[in-house]
Design a binder for this molecule. Structure first.
Ligand code: FAD
Length: 517
């Protein structure tokens, strides 16, 4: 088989008989799943949500179980140059799930393992496939067990393995930490093709390495996710601020309130332009078609950039509405938002968690979902966020970004620093997510200009010596990766790589380690 793979790679350079090649590769690997030839740069396996890169793999492999994953990885190890990329739902921005002439694994085709387990201590978990979409995990947990994972991403058409390889952050992370803090066991196929179960106490280095590990140490084929009882309903609230200082003061106050009875269940925030642009201006704030953002309610001192706190409070169908109102009003007491610019709706817990799905449908209909997405995600320390606002938000991004500009605080103590994620040093840091949507037709700046603007922002943060990290990082040189992880973090990252993927087979699209030949 090794000889066959070598031959396959070389022959593929010149003339191709794709159908023959693919069926022979399939036989050589003896998979329960199937292998598909890639048509070219427009093929699913060659693209991602970012829409700015395209690399054609040798083959796109549908898998049936972890054994298939192990077989493919072992075959790649025995070849001289093959790499293997797990592709979750391909929602990366910068080609992270691609493999140039390598083998791309369709993680969504893994068996849809789903089992709910109750531990002796009463905790309840869901064992799910690494290729499952979070939206499917949610609907099964709620409809079959009235339970739900505790920590989410805003958008749920992402795979379990894809978000756990990064962190997985949303408005619940202030209380429960990112998704990587809410799994207790993983099944992982390493870069040597070995299958391990791992947890805090068993193969712990692999467990913590894989969490936030950018796919570098193993392919997550199963995860055990902590559950909690699902609420029925959510009160979803948006509060407008004119001053960044007031916005951050209140946001920090809310995320440090940790008592469940005395805090919101979800805290996020965003910046928006004081304009009537529907994508990133005042009309992007109301939660319902019947609501209207009346700019005359803004104080005269309002500048060209405004801020919005986004909050949610869970409740049960059986809760008395007046008690829900009282509880929410008590939590809002003392906050410094513009009184007449408060928006709220009540919706089911499922509709709340699936809210971005509706935005996706809308964006697909007008073509912006499939256009390039030069997104930038950063973690910026509390000590630097005011300067970031003054220069980046108010000056560099003063015209908006055609989509949401998320800005909200997180607590470092809710993150397990044994995982591979790189974080700023301070206890409170902000996630800043520039979720740019560009029109699909020739209008506005090209995505290259927006990528250049992202670089300008990173350069500014670096020049000013900010305590910051890229989230969903993407660098091209190893020196940049070293800087990203810092001295100790980089040594640990390299040790883990040497131990679990010494030939650098896995996740070549991250561009951290070259394949060892
Ligand atoms: P892919 O893009 O397919 O893969 C990402 C990386 O992980 C690749 O390197 C890949 O090789 C590796 N990988 C994939 N599966 C596995 C596996 N099973 N085991 C090991 N490695 C694997 N992130 C947040 O934290 N919060 C958000 O609210 C949020 N919202 C988003 C909304 C949208 C519309 C988009 C496009 C992205 C969003 N993200 C968010 C970012 C998202 O979490 C990451 O891009 C994530 O990696 C995407 O998951 P995926 O399944 O598409 O992974």
């Amino acid at each position: 088989m090794i000889a066959y793979l070598e031959c396959f790679v070389h022959e593929n350079d010149t003339e191709s008989r794709p159908d023959d090649d693919v069926s022979s590769l399939s036989e050589a690997l003896d998979l329960q799943g199937s292998i598909h030839d890639c048509e070219g740069p427009t093929d699913e396996a060659s693209r991602d949500f970012g829409g700015m890169n395209s690399l054609v793999p040798l083959a796109f492999i549908r898998l049936s179980a972890a054994d298939d994953v192990a077989r493919v990885v072992k075959a790649a190890v025995r070849s001289s140059n093959l790499t293997v990329a797990a592709r979750g739902n391909g929602h990366s921005i910068n080609g992270q799930a691609m493999a140039d002439r390598g083998l791309v694994l369709d993680m969504r085709s893994l068996d849809d393992h789903f089992r709910v387990v109750r531990a002796n201590n009463g905790s309840v978990y869901a064992d799910v496939s690494g290729g499952a979409l979070w939206e499917d995990v949610l609907t099964r947990c709620v409809s079959e067990y009235r339970m739900a994972p505790r920590s989410w991403t805003d958008y749920l058409s992402l795979t379990v393995g894809g978000t756990l390889s990064n962190a997985g952050v949303s408005g619940q992370a202030f209380r429960y930490g990112p998704q990587t803090s809410n799994v207790t066991e993983l099944q992982v196929v390493t870069g040597k093709g070995e299958i391990f179960n791992c947890s805090e106490t068993e193969n712990s280095e692999l467990f913590f390495g894989a969490l936030g590990g950018l796919g570098q140490f193993g392919i997550i084929t199963r995860a055990r996710v902590l559950l909690q009882p699902a609420p029925d309903m959510v009160r979803w609230i948006r509060l407008v601020y004119t001053e960044f200082e007031d916005f951050t003061r209140d946001a920090e106050l809310l995320v440090t309130r940790q008592d469940e009875d005395d805090s919101f269940d979800y805290v996020e925030g965003f910046a928006f332009v004081n304009s009537d642009n529907p994508a990133d201006g005042r009309p992007s704030v109301p939660l319902d078609r019947d609501q209207f953002f009346d700019p005359t309610h803004l104080p005269r001192t309002a500048g060209s950039m405004l801020y919005c706190l986004e909050l949610a409070r869970h409740y049960r169908n059986t809760d008395d509405p007046s008690i829900v109102d009282m509880g929410v009003n008590r939590l809002l007491g003392g906050l410094g938002f513009v009184e007449r610019l408060k928006f709220q709706v009540d919706l089911s817990y499922l509709d709340f968690l699936l809210r971005v799905k509706r935005a996706e449908e809308h964006a697909k209909a007008n073509g912006i979902w499939d256009a390039p997405h030069p997104w930038l995600n950063l973690f910026v320390s509390k000590s630097d966020i005011a300067d970031f606002d003054r220069t980046v938000i108010k000056k560099i991004l003063k015209d908006g970004i055609g989509g949401p500009m998320l800005v909200y605080p997180l607590l470092r103590s809710k993150w397990d620093t044994r995982t591979s994620v790189a974080l700023p040093k301070s206890e409170i840091f902000y996630i800043v997510a520039l979720l740019r949507f560009t029109p699909p037709y020739l209008e506005g700046p090209s995505f290259e200009n927006l990528v250049a603007q992202n670089k300008e922002i990173i350069q500014y943060c670096t020049k000013k010596g900010f305590d910051f990290k890229l989230y969903l990082p993407h660098y091209r040189s190893q020196d940049d990766w070293k800087r990203h992880f810092g001295n100790d973090g980089w040594s640990r990252f390299v040790e883990r790589k040497t131990c679990f993927d010494p030939m650098a087979i896995l996740a070549p699209g991250q561009k951290i380690f070259p394949r060892v030949s």
